[in-house]
Design a protein. Sequence first.
Length: 135
Amino acid sequence: MSNDYTVYDLTTGEVLRSGSAPGDIALQISNGEGVTPTVCIPDDFYFDLLSAKLKAKPELSLTVSPTSITADGNTDSIIYNIPEGALIIWPDGEKEIADGGDLEFSVDLPGVYLFKIVTTNYLVKEVTIEAHAAT
């Protein structure tokens, strides 16, 4: 017999790990961690502290247009529908909190630029924009 478990952060509800252990092995948790007797995929769930239940992370419906731009400093790529309060991590590591809406990006150096958008409930969306040299 096995014991299913999901360990989460007691303060935030972030799912830290999940799995099954043989019935005769005690599960070890650290201070600040809670456990619920269910298995989940940590990247897909969070523990809702108000209802005391695991919940699926909502879909983050961002759109990007275009995903490929000319590196001329004038051509924009726009990430649409960033929720208010989301953390935006720019390709250079700079962080900012979104005020809701869209983000415009242009660059004058060719390369691949990765943005991370992190929302409540630990939902992370990565957006890649490729900038090609102007011809």
